[in-house]
Design a protein around this ligand. Structure first.
Ligand code: ZN
Ligand code: ZN
Length: 709
């Protein structure tokens, strides 16, 4: 979007001239521009610093986002509205130190956002992780409201503000926020008896109507809810409303101009659903979404006449010195906290194979949990495949990389049957392969592949999930369905996170409010020197990996350490499909628009030359061989303008040939001039016209219309 400001500067200039025009009341221009800048899921990335690596982070940080916002304000004075869609107060060591070790100091998130002059933020689910008092403290310190139209106190009143109106160039812009109902299970301990989070859709509908009734000309919603992916919890057994409903809000609620999506940690540059401009900046202040709204005034009210949006990447932007200063004390304290050695080890403990073979570093987590809860079994996921200890000093940063979440410890009593179902469910992380070779399913996050200590088991991945356990024994004895065990796990899993439905109803026999990560840090501190044999028992495996066979293990005594297996890097889900990128570039409903057409404001938009420029840009950004692009069209190419209609679409096909389209769907208007003309255009075109569902009346396929190419 940085290449476009001249248009908007011109608009401001035009507005200024109109403001002085005698035919309009003084100070009442007929047009205005509003710029919405948005961040989301910042998760404590206030500084361009990776506390786990103890190194500068060139790609992200609210300090870099602040520089982007500053330059927007310089280019568009008095027009910028700055919002965030939630998940601010938790996520890295700085937010931990701010919440747990320095809660008497001003919260650095509020301090940084005050310097940036945010107008409003949605309440994210992670805002509840350190309890409601910490959130109240941040709200009290912030110079802007935290919004959640769907969060209610038990007495039925709203717990936070639902909407907030700001004025820009005389236009009233309402910001409406909502938080995620999933917190009712994820943070049940912090919320139950205090807050009820209701379904986003009806609550936002009401709040938008309220804001409109209060005089809002423009409505921007900030939703801590993904676009439309399935809920991570079972909505049937929990009775909770859906987790990711932003697309539904856009489709079903009238009166929204811009929708900022949060929570799902995706990035959406600019898409339109039911006329609503939908944007999502990347988490961790990696990018800033910028939406430009052109307003016109008629009938005494402002209306949005045009809107578009783009992303500005934080990478390459300098850190904003005002935000650096506002967070300096907490940054220094955090660096000191994470870099202080808390213990030492002579070995290297690695997690890069932790989802393939049993490893000491995961057993370290499991044993600390099992002993603390005094349970027979324990489970955890290998949350990271990048964590490691030693050889040498162990720091808080290294433990935090191994255990990045704010989970607390629980223990439940489960039956042998539940344990079997649990392990089978966990194994869905791997796809079924003919030879049983481990192949992670990109749809199942690594943090949902749980590993269990206290029983011996192995998976045969040539079998479908549900039939994979080759055996399940405890101390070498088969586990019976009716037996029961105490089972240590984290609160996220115990309350239904990850869809492990077989655990629901299992009685809780141990419960602590202490963080598991803090228990691990304490363990290192108390032991001083860590040796693998303090924790490591080789008790699970995948058949065919590291010498594991399908025969039951003679496991009453600890097995010897695993033989060396080649390290199979298990990359993060987002990077797992690394082979190649296919970029689909598509157009549709061109309708003969060879020349630009003036919009409501009189600016020329579109046209073949402009579209060709955008296609070119999209192709240039996709560099072979890593990225291949494919240009497609969704149909209705020809009819609509005199220049195209006069020549029955011939010049449109010339343009499409020049742009080198791969294929186009047959639009309904392709038949406007009869079959003969269409066949002539098809002969002229170098690309295929596709219509798999086109049939003669007797049902036979039309031979000259291809189904595919
Ligand atoms: Zn988040
Ligand atoms: Zn979230």
């Amino acid at each position: 979007m940085r290449s476009r400001p001249p248009i908007l500067l011109a608009a401001t200039f035009a507005a200024a001239i109109l403001a002085g025009c005698a035919s309009l009341p003084a100070g009442a221009p007929a047009t205005a521009d509003v710029v919405i800048a948005a961040t989301t899921d910042v998760h404590g990335r206030l500084r361009a610093w990776d506390y786990y690596a103890n190194a500068a982070d060139p790609a992200r940080g609210l300090t870099r986002a602040a520089t982007i916002v500053d330059s927007l304000r310089t280019a568009h004075p008095g027009q910028v509205v700055l919002v965030d869609a939630g998940d601010l107060l938790q996520g890295n060591p700085m937010t931990y130190v701010a919440a747990r070790l320095a809660a008497d100091q001003p919260h650095p998130v509020a301090a940084a956002m005050n310097v940036m002059r945010y107008d409003a933020a949605a309440v994210g689910n992670h805002e509840f992780n350190y309890g409601l008092p910490l959130l109240e403290k941040a709200i009290g310190e912030a110079n802007f409201p935290f919004l959640a139209a769907n969060a209610y106190r038990v007495d039925g009143t709203r717990a936070y503000r639902a909407w907030h109106i700001v004025e820009r160039q005389g236009a009233r812009v309402a910001i409406v926020g909502a938080t995620n109902p999933g917190s009712m299970i994820w943070d049940r301990d912090n919320l139950s008896g205090r807050l009820v989070i209701r379904d986003i859709v009806p609550e936002v509908r009401t709040a938008v109507a309220e804001a409109r009734a209060a005089g809002a000309d423009v409505v921007v919603t900030v939703l801590h809810s993904g676009l439309d992916s399935p809920s991570s919890y079972d909505t049937v057994t929990t009775g909770l409303p859906s987790e990711n409903v932003s697309a539904r809000v856009a489709r079903e609620i009238p009166g929204i101009d811009v929708l900022v999506v949060g929570h799902s940690h995706q990035e959406v540059a600019d898409t339109t659903i039911n006329g609503v401009l939908v944007i999502q900046p990347k988490n961790w202040a990696t990018s800033v979404s910028v939406a430009h709204l052109a307003l016109v005034r008629s009938g005494g009210r402002w209306h949005v006449s045009a809107k578009r949006a783009g992303l500005v990447q934080a990478h390459g932007h300098a850190e904003h010195q005002g935000v650096v200063a506002a967070t300096a004390a907490m940054h220094d304290r955090t660096v000191a906290y994470v870099t202080a050695p808390i213990g030492t080890t002579a070995m290297q403990w690695r997690s890069d194979s932790a989802r393939l073979i049993d490893t000491p570093i995961v057993d370290f987590t499991l044993e600390v949990m099992r002993r603390a809860a005094n349970a027979e079994l324990a489970s955890t996921a290998a949350f990271s495949t990048d964590a490691s200890f030693g050889p040498g000093p162990i720091t808080v940063a290294q433990v935090a990389a191994l255990y990045p979440y704010e989970n607390t410890l629980r223990a439940i009593r489960i039956t042998g049957r539940q344990l079997r179902d649990y392990l089978e469910f966990s194994s869905r992380y791997y796809r079924q392969t003919p030879d049983g070779r481990p192949d992670p399913d990109p749809g199942v996050p690594g943090y949902n592949f749980d590993i269990v200590a206290g029983v011996e088991y192995a998976y045969d991945l040539s079998k479908p999930a549900g039939q994979r356990l080759t055996h399940l024994t405890r101390n070498g004895r088969p586990v019976a369905d009716g037996e029961t065990f105490t089972f240590a796990l984290n609160n996220y899993r115990q309350t239904g996170g990850g869809g492990y439905a077989m655990l629901s109803g299992a009685p809780v026999v141990y419960e602590s409010t202490d963080g598991i990560r803090e228990m691990l840090i304490e363990e290192v501190r108390n032991r001083g020197t860590l040796r693998p044999e303090m924790y490591f028992v080789r008790n699970w495996g995948i058949v065919g990996v590291g010498g594991v066979s399908s025969k039951p293990w003679p496991a009453a005594t600890p097995l010897p350490p695993a033989p060396a297996v080649p390290v199979v890097k298990d990359p993060a889900p987002a990077q797992r499909i690394t082979a190649r990128t296919l970029r689909i570039i598509s157009t549709n409903d061109f309708h003969g628009a060879l020349e630009p057409i003036p919009d409501l404001r009189g600016y020329l938009r579109g046209g073949a030359a402009a579209v060709a420029g955008v296609i070119d840009e999209a192709r240039r950004a996709c560099v072979p061989p890593a990225c291949q692009s494919l240009l497609l069209d969704g149909g209705d190419m020809f009819t609509g303008t005199p220049i195209s209609n006069f020549a029955h679409g011939r010049p449109v096909v010339d343009v499409y040939n020049t742009l080198d389209y791969a294929a186009a769907a047959l639009g309904n208007h392709e038949f406007d001039w009869g079959q003969d003309t269409l066949r002539a255009r098809m002969r002229q075109a170098r690309h295929a016209f596709l219509g798999a569902n086109v049939r003669y009346e007797d049902g036979t396929d039309v031979p000259w219309i291809r189904n595919d190419t």
